[in-house]
Design a protein around this ligand. Structure first.
Ligand SMILES: [Zn+2]
Length: 144
């Protein structure tokens, strides 16, 4: 159950479903832990292009730099690259897409798409739920 044993493949942040429910909003829980998707165009970061870092909304691990965010027009925040080692990829159960998750806590971020022709260095689009991330402006003091 609440096994502290490292199951391998999972990250450094491990919590039970109850613990996650206690610290996440219902919407965050639905998306991060139950792999939900926010409604297109409703996310708070879709049109944000300020300087800073996007952390995992679940565990606070830095995931994306603002410099890798671009306007995809798809209705969700889009990044062409995650921070090294911060993001895991796995085949989505739908058999078509590639799911991306926070490497530290396993929280669901969204999906990554490749070869869509966006003029970015990687030609990848990380399509991320705003709910899954937390923006920290570059000029803000550390919160801890
Ligand atoms: Zn996380």
């Amino acid at each position: 159950m609440a096994g502290a044993g490292d199951g391998g493949g999972s990250g450094s942040v491990q919590k039970s479903e109850e613990e996650w429910r206690a610290i996440l909003s219902p919407e965050q829980f639905r998306i991060l832990r139950l792999k939900g998707t926010e409604l297109r165009g409703t996310g708070e970061y879709d049109k944000v292009f300020a300087d800073g870092i996007y952390n995992c909304a679940g565990c606070g691990t830095p995931l994306y730099k603002s410099g890798t965010k671009f306007n995809s027009g798809c209705g969700w925040p889009a990044f062409f690259e995650g921070l090294p080692g911060a993001i895991n990829r796995s085949p989505d159960p739908d058999g078509r897409r590639t799911e991306i998750t926070c490497a530290a806590c396993g929280g669901h971020l969204g999906h990554v798409f490749k070869g869509e022709g966006f003029k970015t260095p990687t030609d990848e689009r990380h399509c991320v739920n705003s709910v899954s991330i937390k923006f920290v402006p570059a000029n803000s003091p550390p919160s801890l």
